[in-house]
Design a protein around this ligand. Structure first.
Ligand code: S3P
Length: 179
């Protein structure tokens, strides 16, 4: 059923967070298209600002400096007030980024099960420097360990979305229940 763009009455920024491969950008793009709102992918914005891919940035300046760049891009970009923003999987877990997102908008954690993350990341690992060289088994171990470490940050999101809830309609329904 087509969504009426006006059905989303919340006017602030919506942030989608979660592990690599959870579907943040996909859901963000769909919701933005359905509600006529601007969509911003934080990694794409970093790439555009630096005129480099995320892989090149990791290679050239390393992860720590990438995290600083990620924080500055998140916190200093002045997103449109009704933007829909998807962040890289690590963004909520560094500095005060999670606190900042909660202070500046509504956060959604997309809680995708590990087998689904793994099957997507096997295919999409080449563009992700943290997993680019891992075998399938190493990748599964990495997801399990990292997700455990990151979950406490992700769980600071205002709303968690289970696999079955990853649709623009359900996101809108959940927001409208709060506002
Ligand atoms: C990262 C996730 C990536 C990207 C970078 C680091 C992470 O974004 O920011 O490769 O630390 O989880 P996606 O979650 O969009 O793949």
């Amino acid at each position: 059923m087509p969504i009426n763009p006006n059905s989303l009455t919340y006017e602030g920024i919506i942030f989608f967070i979660g592990f690599m491969g959870c579907g943040k950008s996909r859901l963000g793009k769909k919701l933005a298209a359905n509600t006529n709102r601007p969509f911003i992918d934080l990694d794409a914005l970093i790439e555009q600002n630096e005129s480099k891919t995320i892989t090149q940035i990791f290679d050239e300046i390393g992860e720590n400096k990438f995290r600083e760049l990620e924080k500055t891009t998140l916190q200093n970009s002045h997103f449109p007030p009704n933007a829909i923003v998807s962040t890289g999987g690590g963004a909520p877990c560094f500095f005060d980024n999670m606190q900042w997102m909660n202070a500046h908008g509504l956060t959604f954690f997309i809680d995708t099960p590990i087998p689904i993350l793994a099957s997507r990341l096997i295919k999409g690992k080449a563009i992700r420097p943290l997993i680019a060289n891992k075998t399938e088994q190493q990748l599964i171990n990495y997801i399990e360990t990292k997700l455990l470490e990151r979950r406490p940050y992700y769980q600071k999101a205002t709303i968690s979305l289970a696999q079955a809830d990853i649709t623009p309609e359900i996101v809108i329904e959940k927001i409208n229940k709060i506002f």
